[in-house]
Write a protein that binds this ligand. Structure first.
Ligand SMILES: [Mn+2]
Length: 335
């Protein structure tokens, strides 16, 4: 079934026969799934004015989503509602495991099951139709495409919701697809407010995280290896956040080590430029290697990785810096 055709045929059931609908978000609902569900529910209510829509957030929602839910209110249920549905619309779900107990509910459901998503398609057997655009940066773009295909215009609130979902999933458009940028512009034309969206997506700072980042930066030891700057520091928590912050400050590689509850956790980050130039993959060549050498477990991506081990934080740091030295050339400490 083609994507365009599916958009036009949504919701696949004669709208006057549509009684009750469940719109299902992914587990621990983020801004994209929650706000896309909000806009889909509005679309369904305009297409089928008689229908009742239940929004499901399996396992609740993130702190930011909770904040957004006061501006975009919709009644939500976390577990099984026990209701009978004519239609299920899963939004932004990606992996069916993210449906929690609603996975089982969908498997034996009698109603029509639709997926509206932008994640790579896998395990879509559970759905009768999958409306998936893998080139979209957010589920919100697919929901906006639904509105257009149905000849409907999202109202100001739904336009705002879709813009915020789109900004959330595209790192404020930095990684948006051409279609995402076009959708954002169209939503602005429909009345969405960009400064308000940016403001509403801002999270409250977490005091512990901020403190860890500032202390981590204060205690940073800097090394030079050829042209590369390696920043290392010890903090008891938020190692990954601190490592990312050191990269923001300009380090090419960040190594952050810290002990808590008798275990040492080491987070590693590098820039894309470092990866492309040196070919060093932090996940396989450093984190996995260190876990093997020191005892523990670890791995990750090429520019973001971590391992945990039973040795102390300083020993783990030392060994990691030696390993980096083997890969990119001897490290010299800067004063
Ligand atoms: Mn998404």
């Amino acid at each position: 079934m083609s994507f365009e055709k599916d958009l036009k045929e949504f919701p696949f059931i004669e709208t006057r026969k549509l009684g009750r609908v469940a719109v299902i978000c992914h587990r621990n609902a983020d801004a994209d799934t929650y706000l896309s569900a909000y806009a889909v529910s509005k679309l369904l209510r305009s297409l089928a004015p008689g229908c009742k829509v239940d929004v499901i957030t399996p396992g609740g929602m993130t702190v930011l989503t909770k904040k957004l839910s006061s501006k975009f209110p919709q009644e939500t249920s976390e577990g099984d509602t026990g209701e009978k549905y004519d239609l299920f619309v899963a939004v932004d779900v990606g992996d069916i495991e993210l449906l929690n107990e609603w996975k089982g509910r969908l498997e034996k459901a009698e109603g029509f099951r639709v997926l509206v998503d932008h994640h790579p398609m896998r395990d879509v057997k559970i759905y009768d139709r999958a409306i998936v655009d893998e080139s979209a940066t957010s589920a919100a773009e697919v929901v906006y495409a639904l509105y257009r295909a149905k000849g409907m215009v999202p109202d100001a609130q739904a336009s705002q919701a879709l813009l915020e979902a789109l900004l959330f999933d595209s790192s404020h458009l930095a990684i948006a697809s051409p279609g995402g940028v076009r959708a954002a512009a169209a939503l602005l034309d429909l009345g969405a407010d960009l400064p308000a969206a940016r403001k509403e997506l801002r999270s409250e700072p977490d005091y512990g995280e901020v403190l860890a980042k500032l202390k981590g930066a204060q205690r940073t030891v800097i090394y030079k290896a050829g042209d590369w700057l390696v920043a290392s520091t010890l903090v008891g928590s938020f190692q990954a956040h601190v490592a990312r912050s050191l990269i923001y400050l300009g380090a090419d590689v960040a190594v952050v080590s810290g002990e808590s509850d008798g275990e040492t956790r080491v987070s590693l980050r590098a820039t894309q430029r470092f990866l492309e130039t040196t070919g060093v993959k932090l996940g396989t060549q450093v984190a996995e290697e260190m876990a093997r050498k020191l005892g523990g477990h670890g791995g990750g991506h090429s520019t973001a990785a971590s391992f945990s081990t039973g040795v102390g934080e300083e020993e783990a740091m030392e060994a990691t810096l030696v390993r980096l030295g083997e890969l990119v050339g001897a490290l010299k400490k800067l004063d």
